[in-house]
Each structure stands twice: as structure tokens, then as C-alpha cells.
Design a binder for this molecule. Structure first.
Ligand SMILES: [Zn+2]
Length: 447
């Protein structure tokens, strides 16, 4: 008798959707078949769709050191409530930032204690830490993140071109991808300075200081450096259709590039920033409807590889002020990635569920070489989410699991209620509640 059978759901597998039972033994999927016998435990999935659990490759839980901003306990609960089973935490905004072995080990210990989902850790590339990259990879860093524009934190300075190139060479040597925040420092800084000199500090002034051109220029430059260095490149949070087009051109010229966008660029536009204010401030900023349409076209055409949340919360007092440039940026949305893809993708635009699972699970697992993750297949970890595709709901404050109730998604209507999230065969979220904590462990790349 197996540990668990999930009965009668529609399973979204790598070879298509099938109505079948799924059996779990020792945390792994051991059988997928039309009728599986008795089990110690059963989940009735009739009428529900079963997708692989979301692997969010880009977010900021800010632990250790800034748990008052979020923390892994609350952040991973939000992720699980949104169908997530694993996340990759960025090397900032925890304190200290993850630029060496001691910082890495401190964060690993904190997250092993507090995360209810699995996790991986990004290391950082900053000027002067090239020699630390090999030891970070040895500790288990799944890749390295660098900023081409100001990160907002003095302790995580941006990488100049030579720092980035040399960091990429070292990353290639230790077989880890390099993620870049791709916005031109020169363009964004100069436009911000000009706005300040002219006393323009409003929302529209901020949006205008970070044009699509700044993103496209930085993507092209990063792609050139990665190609020269022989590194795998991961461009985080591409906000525009033109950004994706630039990345595709770089791929055609031979750069090994992974294209990430975030749910908020697909769900909100710059009009929403003007309506909602600081809660919808991020960099690169939300774009106009035309640019968002081009980004959706890219998603629907299969040109985007990964969709992450870039969940990046801050305490409410950092989200107010008269000068929009000085207000802390970052959108808190760890709970909403799958919700956005089901409502705005599957329901409104006909995005196939198989594509949804590639964007949120299969490609993250493949790109970062996570063995046994990211797909409903025999032998893989039993990581999945049960969704009622037709059930409609409004995201209310009472349904949020993140630390602060600040998110632009509040009040949004979604079709596709998340009924249960299962990590390695154990329910971690069900019936609107967290049901099992303490399971999270660190993931390593197999390469
Ligand atoms: Zn980020």
C-alpha cells in the first residue's frame, strides 16, 4: 500500500493533460495510472486540475537581518498559499548580503529553520568578491546575481562592466548562471538627476526616468559580456516586449540566455502605478498597455522562459513620502504568480496549462538542474498544486500570508482557486490554511 493517492484529477504532465490517479511513496511520485488501488491517505481531486508546484526563481524574503520586511516564515507561507513549493532567494536584501561563505551559511541555517517550502540561494557578484564565487558555488549557490544599475543598498554595489565580465568568467568556470538586473546605470542615473534638478519628483517623473531603452541597452551589453565570458545568462524581470526581443536577438547570436519576466508586468500597467502609488513601484517600472501587450505576445509565442514573482516587500513606513524616487521600490506578489497566469493567461488569453507549468516549474528545474523537480512524472518529487480552475475569488487582506498587507494585488479577482499545495507528498497548504511547516530544505544544482 502506497503512502498517498491523489484521485481523479486532471494531471498536467509533460506529455499533456490526463485524467488519472497519482500515487506517492516516500515523497516521490511512484505511479500515474487510470485506477490505482488503496493507499494510507487519499486526496479527492475530482473536478480539480493538478499542476506541478511553482518554483519561484526570483524573490526577496530578506532573512536574516530584515525579517521586519518579510522573513522566510511568512514569505514561504505566502508562496505555498499561491501554489509554490520552492523559491530561490536573492543575495539581497538580507543583512548581510550573500557575497561570501559565512553569509551564505547564516542564511541557509535561517531558512532551513523557517521556510515551509524548499529553497535555493543565489550568491551575489559585487566589485571585489570574484574570489568568493567558487566557494559560494561549493556551498550550494544556484547562481550569481549582479546589478547593472543601483541596487538601492550601498552594501550591494552595482557591477561595472569589467566586474560583471570577470564575474561571468568565474561563474562559467564553476558552471553557474549569472542573473542580471538589466537597466543602464548611465541612462537611469542621468534622467533621475535631471528630474531632481528640475524639482520633478512625481510618479510619472519616476516612470520616465527608467525608459525601455535603458533596459534594452543593458540586456544587449550583458549578453555580449556573457557570450565573451562563455557564461549562462539569466536576465531577471524583463519588463517589455522590446526587452524580450533584445534577448532573443542575443540568443540568435550565440548567448546562452534565460528570459525571465514577472507576473506584475503581465497584470498591471503604468496607469496602475498612478492609481495605486508606491505599492506598485518597482524597477524596471510597470509599462504602458502597448508594451505590456507585446510582453504577453512574447509569452504566448513561447519566447519567455520563466515567470517569477520578484516578491520584494518593505515595511509600510518605507512605502510613503512626497518624493516618489526616494520611496522604496518592490512589489510583493509571491502569492499571485500562478493566480495571474491562470486568470490573465489561461482564462483571458488562452495560454495553455502545459505552457504555464513550463514557465513556473519545468524550465526553472531544468535551467537550474534541480533533479526530480518541476514536472508530474514518475520518480520525481511529489510537488504539486490542486487548482479549481473555474472557482472565482477576490484576494482579500484576510487571505494574504505575507508579513505586511501591502500588495497591488489586493482586491484583484482571479479565476482558479488554489485548493491544496503538496511538497514531497506532504500537504503544506489546504482549505485556506497552512497545514504543515518545517519541511523546507535547501536545493542544489546537480551540475
Ligand atoms: Zn528582485
Amino acid at each position: 500500500m502506497v503512502d498517498l493517492v491523489v484521485r481523479g484529477g486532471t494531471l498536467v504532465t509533460p506529455s499533456g493533460s490526463v485524467r488519472a490517479d497519482l500515487a506517492v511513496e516516500d515523497g516521490r511520485i511512484c505511479e500515474i495510472a487510470t485506477e490505482i488501488g488503496g493507499a494510507r491517505d487519499e486526496i479527492d481531486a475530482r473536478g480539480l486540475t493538478v499542476l506541478p508546484g511553482v518554483i519561484d526563481v526570483h524573490l526577496h524574503f530578506n532573512e536574516p537581518g530584515r525579517e521586519d520586511w518579510e522573513g522566510a516564515a511568512t514569505g514561504s507561507r505566502a508562496l505555498a498559499a499561491g501554489g509554490g513549493v520552492a523559491f530561490f532567494d536573492m543575495p539581497l536584501n538580507s543583512t548581510p548580503c550573500i557575497v561570501g561563505r559565512a553569509e551564505f551559511e547564516a542564511k541557509r541555517c535561517a531558512l532551513e529553520k523557517n521556510s515551509i517550502t524548499d529553497f535555493g540561494l543565489w550568491g551575489g557578484i559585487v566589485p571585489g568578491n570574484r574570489d568568493a564565487l567558487a566557494e559560494l558555488a561549493e556551498c550550494g549557490a544556484i547562481g550569481f546575481k549582479a546589478f547593472m544599475a543601483d541596487s538601492g543598498l550601498p552594501e550591494f554595489p552595482r557591477s561595472d562592466d569589467l566586474t560583471l565580465y570577470e564575474g561571468m568568467r568565474e561563474a562559467a568556470r564553476v558552471n553557474r548562471p549569472v542573473a542580471v538586473h538589466a537597466e543602464s546605470h548611465e541612462i537611469t542615473q542621468a534622467l533621475a538627476r535631471r528630474a531632481a534638478e528640475e524639482g520633478r519628483r512625481g510618479i510619472r517623473d519616476f516612470l520616465n526616468s527608467r525608459p525601455v531603452l535603458a533596459e534594452v541597452e543593458a540586456i544587449e551589453r550583458a549578453a555580449l559580456l556573457a557570450r565573451e565570458a562563455g557564461a549562462k545568462l539569466h536576465v531577471v524581470h524583463i519588463s517589455s516586449g522590446r526587452g524580450v526581443a533584445a534577448a532573443l536577438e542575443a540568443r540568435a547570436r550565440g548567448t546562452d540566455i534565460c528570459i525571465e519576466t514577472c507576473a506584475h508586468y503581465l497584470f498591471f500597467t503604468e496607469e496602475d502605478v498612478e492609481r495605486l502609488g508606491a505599492v506598485a513601484k518597482c524597477a524596471p517600472p510597470l509599462r504602458d498597455a502597448c508594451e505590456q501587450g507585446a510582453l504577453w505576445d512574447a509569452v504566448l509565442a513561447g519566447q519567455v522562459d520563466v515567470i517569477a514573482s520578484d516578491h520584494s516587500p518593505a515595511p509600510p513606513e518605507m512605502k510613503t513620502g512626497d518624493d516618489f524616487f526616494r520611496i522604496w521600490g518592490g512589489i510583493a506578489g509571491a502569492q499571485c504568480t500562478l493566480a495571474v497566469l491562470l486568470e490573465a493567461g489561461f482564462h483571458r488569453r488562452g495560454l495553455e496549462l502545459g505552457r504555464v507549468t513550463e514557465l513556473t516549474a519545468a524550465t526553472p528545474a531544468r535551467r537550474f538542474q534541480l533533479q526530480g523537480k518541476g514536472a508530474l512524472a514518475v520518480g520525481n518529487d511529489a510537488d504539486f498544486v490542486l487548482v479549481d480552475l473555474q472557482r472565482e475569488y477576490t484576494l482579500e487582506e484576510s487571505g494574504l500570508f505575507q508579513k505586511h498587507r501591502l500588495t497591488p494585488y489586493l482586491g484583484a479577482r482571479f479565476r482558479g482557486a488554489i485548493r491544496r499545495t503538496v511538497l514531497r507528498g506532504q500537504s503544506i497548504f489546504g482549505d485556506g490554511r497552512i497545514v504543515n511547516a518545517g519541511l523546507g530544505k535547501m536545493l542544489r544544482s546537480a551540475g
